[in-house]
Design a protein around this ligand. Structure first.
Ligand SMILES: Cc1cc2nc3c(=O)[nH]c(=O)nc-3n(C[C@H](O)[C@H](O)[C@H](O)COP(=O)(O)OP(=O)(O)OC[C@H]3O[C@@H](n4cnc5c(N)ncnc54)[C@H](O)[C@@H]3O)c2cc1C
Length: 313
């Protein structure tokens, strides 16, 4: 069963022009968390609807209860990543646990998640649905198996996941990480293994996903300019393809052996994790899978958001 926690803002730290780190606290967080590193662990955040009031929901059936609420009372739901968790678990007692979420602020395009984060201040309440310590939950897609040659690509919405993943890598990991952000002021410090080349790509007005597409092209030897991303048509609005799941209904039975295991199946130990705006992810999928014939079980492609489209919920 997930944890459904009512949480309040304790602090807001403006990290950079496009990011705010929000510290969330609440007694319901006592058993919240993952048993290992949080990696790209996704969570759902529920923001108060027009009424401004958060309803009573119960963890075992929260989704059905949430769906049944009238529109003006139903909190708006969006997906975010655990940036980190601090503090001790203290089941049943007052929890000192703190949950940190890094919000991308996009005040030019209104949405309940970004609008809430822009205005958030101490005491403001939202709800979180996420993993409970000691219980299966899902929501971590970083599954590199034994692969040690890595390709990590993401835009600002994937920066919280990418930084967590990079900081958890073993010392012998090698490869490249490309993190596209709106402006140079959004670059963060990240401690990475020596063999992983981390490249921050400030967009500075280029099309969303364009710099990442061109940079991966430069690395892998396909031709792409940043502008190429603008002509990509997104055929699958729910674009989500991992070694164990395909939103397009693609046959995943062939992948049933799970993520690549370099040592036992003769593969080359490569693994790619790609997340961000859907056009960039779609373009990279075509190049990596169709053109470069990278085996599907060695890549996770995830559309985190769509330019010009509000997420459902
Ligand atoms: C697994 C997963 C993990 C994620 N983790 C994070 C995270 O940790 N932090 C984070 O900030 N986001 C994260 N996202 C992305 C986030 O869910 C989307 O950006 C979402 O659309 C934000 O909701 P909203 O209410 O702000 O905007 P919406 O109501 O969904 O959209 C309203 C408008 O804003 C635009 N928009 C949405 N996001 C952006 C953006 N980033 N930049 C510019 N315009 C935008 C839309 O295109 C639309 O025009 C994650 C998504 C997934 C699937």
């Amino acid at each position: 069963m997930p944890i459904l926690a009512r949480v309040a803002v304790r602090s807001v730290e403006r990290l950079s022009p496009s990011f705010a780190r929000i510290e969330l606290v609440g007694d319901d967080l006592a058993d919240f968390g993952t048993d290992g590193p949080t990696l790209d662990q996704r969570i759902k955040l529920l923001f108060p609807a027009a009424s401004g009031v958060l309803p009573e929901l119960f963890a075992d059936d929260w989704y059905t209860e949430w769906l049944a609420l009238p529109d003006e009372e139903r909190p708006r739901m969006r997906t975010y990543t655990i940036r980190s968790i601090a503090g001790e678990a203290s089941s049943g007692e007052h929890s000192e646990k703190r949950l940190y979420v890094d919000f991308v602020l996009h005040p030019g395009a209104h949405g309940p998640g970004s609008d809430w984060a822009v205005a958030a201040g101490p005491g403001d309440e939202i709800m979180v649905v996420g993993p409970k310590l000691g219980e299966e939950y899902g929501g971590i897609e970083w599954l590199p198996g034994d692969a040690t040659r890595l390709l990590l690509v993401g835009d600002e919405t994937a920066v919280p996941a990418l930084v967590s993943i990079i900081e958890s890598l073993p010392a012998d990991a090698t490869g490249s990480a490309f993190l596209e952000v709106p402006v140079a002021g959004d670059v963060q410090d990240v401690s990475a293994p020596e063999g992983l080349k981390v490249s921050w790509l400030p967009r500075d007005g280029a099309p969303v996903g364009g710099p990442a597409l061109a940079a991966v092209g430069g690395l892998l030897g396909f031709d792409a300019t940043p502008e190429d991303v603008t002509s990509v048509e997104v055929e699958d609005p729910d674009l989500w393809e991992t070694p164990i799941y395909s939103s397009s209904g693609e046959e995943v039975a062939a992948l049933e052996n799970g993520p690549v295991k370099a040592a036992d199946d003769g593969e080359d130990g490569r693994y790619a994790w790609i997340a961000g705006e859907s056009r960039m992810v779609t373009a990279l999928r075509r190049h990596l899978v169709n053109e470069l014939e990278m085996p599907r079980k060695q890549v996770a492609f995830m559309g985190y958001w769509r330019e010009g489209v509000s997420m459902k919920g």
